[in-house]
Design a protein around this ligand. Sequence first.
Ligand code: ATP
Ligand code: MG
Length: 315
Amino acid sequence: MTTKKIPIPVEAGVPACRFLIERPAGTEARPPGFGGRESLIFQYTAEVAPNPFFQCFGIYNDVMAVIQFADVTYRVGTATLVTGLSFEVEEGETLVLLGRSGSGKSTTLKLINHLLMPTVGSVQVNGKDTREWDPIALRRRIGYVIQDIGLFPHFSVFENVALVPRLEKWPAEKIRLRVTEVLELVDLDPIKFADRYPAQLSGGQRQRVGVARALCADPQILLLDEPFGALDPTTRSEIQNQFRVLQKQLGKTMVFVTHDVAEALLLGTRIGFMKEGKLLTPAPPPDFLKMDDPEISAFLAPVRSLLQFGSALTT
Ligand code: ATP
Ligand code: MG
């Protein structure tokens, strides 16, 4: 867990998250109902936001690291797939892993949800080592969109999306309502699509079903492995824009893998560039654009030429 000293724009209304409120030395006043402790952690709500005490108290944003890699290496036989990975993913952020094919992106995702265990180092989810997590309990917290979508061909769209709630033995009516809700969320009309089979869908529709399935049991964390790969540019751009809306609506903690730099810049709160199993320090998009690395420059070259071409056309 990291504690950062961030002034909170109280009036602007910040998203729900945890704050550490500290009483500055020499200050006697306390927010009503907060007892006599020097510091406390509580859940931020809309009702407490306008409280004037928050203006005079020091407010520290206590950002939870939901996922934490500490010097992680993963080997199979003599092959080292990833090495020395150290990074955190904070609550509500979307960390994008960007990199060439074979750079270790999918391996990194699999180390989060217990599909792989580190050979060296540790991966923590919610402060607990993945080795100590019950794999089923861990995966219940994590929605996973796998690289090739992985829909069951003999299951209808409804059955594919309802997979985890059924395993968790939700009541039938609750499952029906939830499946309807998530299909609508990814812009698939449940009446039209719920009874179709994967072979009766386009690639883009299958990818939406994959995202709906990952969302269905309302997991805390979403791992998305190239969820919009292999789509035509127009459909891809539509889905990306819908996904941005979902990001804001749902506020989930996400790790999103792509090798599309424009997608990374559009969707990432931070971008971590992977090369040959190593991760360069993740940076927010504006800082990522300034990073001095030949491979990143090669990735950015097409975007830069497009921007230059666009501005040449308009001047
Ligand atoms: P892509 O963009 O093509 O999906 P990626 O960045 O997701 O690539 P990974 O799937 O993480 O790459 O694989 C990283 C490297 O590890 C690749 O070179 C791959 O060939 C290799 N690899 C994956 N699984 C194994 C394995 N079981 N044994 C040996 N090498 C493996
Ligand atoms: Mg991959």
